[in-house]
Design a protein around this ligand. Structure first.
Ligand code: URA
Length: 227
């Protein structure tokens, strides 16, 4: 049987916040997700196909950056009235899984600066706690592409944005890029930072009792670095 229609397996929350953008939900994209969700997929294939999705997400993220009018002369001698990129960008990955998205950003933005943030759960308070942050020194004057493949409860992402904002970046200049999100985390995150944009590849059904995304793909870091 050949399926010609668009995929049907995405959970569509009643109304997505206006700050959330998903990739076009094509059958091609669903085929990529089907491969990376499959527990029998080899590490090599997981790397290859998750990188393909990451590339699509980064390109979509860049679509949200401003441009200004720019006129060039083509080799034919004609004038072309186009646009040019405006504003500087940087990436910030939330360790460790977000590091896997850095190469995808570097592929499309040559010599882009990338900072790192490590957040872990504080066992005493059960809150997300900052352990390490190394951010570009001029981050306040840049657009920030914040990278984390899995948005589960939203705790780490919320903390990461708090840190970036403390470094002088306004919410409107932060674009969160992620492969799979749980509706619960998405709702909490967007309610906390309504002016920040979220680019997500897929919105899943929800979280299980261990805060794993369902159906999800398991532990992204494990699948990418260990299996
Ligand atoms: N992080 C993961 O790697 N997987 C999940 O399902 C949730 C958070």
């Amino acid at each position: 049987m050949v399926l010609e229609n668009a995929p049907s397996s995405q959970t569509t929350p009643a109304a997505l916040p206006p700050s959330v953008f998903t990739l076009p939900q094509t059958a091609q994209l669903e085929a990529l997700y089907t491969i990376i969700r499959d527990k029998n997929t080899s590490r090599g294939d997981f790397l290859f196909y998750s990188d393909r999705i990451i590339r699509l997400l980064v390109e979509e993220g860049l679509n949200h950056l401003p441009v200004i009018p720019k006129t060039v002369e083509t080799p034919t001698g004609a004038t072309y009235e186009g646009v040019g990129f405006e504003g500087k960008i940087c990436g910030v990955s939330i360790l460790r899984a977000g590091e896997a998205m850095e190469a995808g950003l570097r592929e499309v933005c040559r010599s882009v600066r990338i900072g790192k943030i490590l957040i872990q759960r504080d066992e005493e308070t059960a809150q997300a706690k900052l352990f390490y942050a190394k951010l570009p020194q001029d981050i306040a004057s840049r657009y920030v592409l914040l990278l984390d493949p899995m948005l589960a409860t939203g705790g780490s992402a919320i903390k990461a944005v708090e840190v970036i904002k403390e470094h002088g970046v306004p919410e409107e200049r932060i674009i969160f890029i992620n492969l799979i999100s749980a509706p619960e985390g998405l709702k909490t995150f967007c309610a906390r930072y309504p002016a920040l944009r979220v680019i997500t590849g897929w919105i899943d059904q929800g979280l299980n009792e261990r805060a794993y995304i369902i159906p999800g793909l398991g532990d992204f870091g494990e699948r990418r670095y260990c299996s």
